[in-house]
Ligand binder design. Structure first.
Ligand code: ZN
Ligand code: ZN
Length: 138
């Protein structure tokens, strides 16, 4: 399992992640747009034990997700870059890591799936191998 490194913009925090599969899930949801400052984010669901904070401390920002459960976003207290978030609906041992912040992940192929496609802007073509209006059926 390849270890990948990431760090925030200001350099106060850094992390490594063991990535089971070199794949992005592209998300167009409203929270990702506002928190990420762009039209989408790149993510992967991984076991929490695969994430290792190697420098600094992260602060938590929580909001209610579509399920009504809390989504806890972990971010640098200085520059607000966010390496991962924890959707409580997924249970305590699973997190969603921002694969776009991992060094070298730009060399991975196109996203395996695109979610919240309903909110994709009309000028942006579909890029995922699979595409879902909201989320895949679970
Ligand atoms: Zn920072
Ligand atoms: Zn999203």
């Amino acid at each position: 399992m390849a270890p990948y490194e990431g760090q925030c913009h200001c350099g106060a925090t850094a992390w490594t992640v063991e990535i089971p599969e070199e794949k992005h899930i592209l998300c167009h949801c409203g929270a990702c747009k506002i928190l990420g400052g762009g039209e989408f984010t790149l993510n992967q669901i991984i076991p929490k034990s695969n994430f290792h904070l190697t420098k600094g401390d992260l602060k938590v920002y929580s909001y209610k997700g579509d399920s009504g459960n809390s989504v806890d976003c972990y971010m640098c207290p200085n520059c607000a870059a966010s390496p991962y978030h924890h959707q409580q609906v997924m249970g305590p041992n699973t997190i969603v890591v921002r694969t776009g912040l991992l060094k070298g992940s730009e060399k991975w192929g196109k996203p395996a799936a695109e979610i919240y496609d309903k909110f994709r802007p009309s000028w942006l073509p579909q890029t995922g191998d699979a595409s879902f209006e909201l989320t895949p059926p679970s």
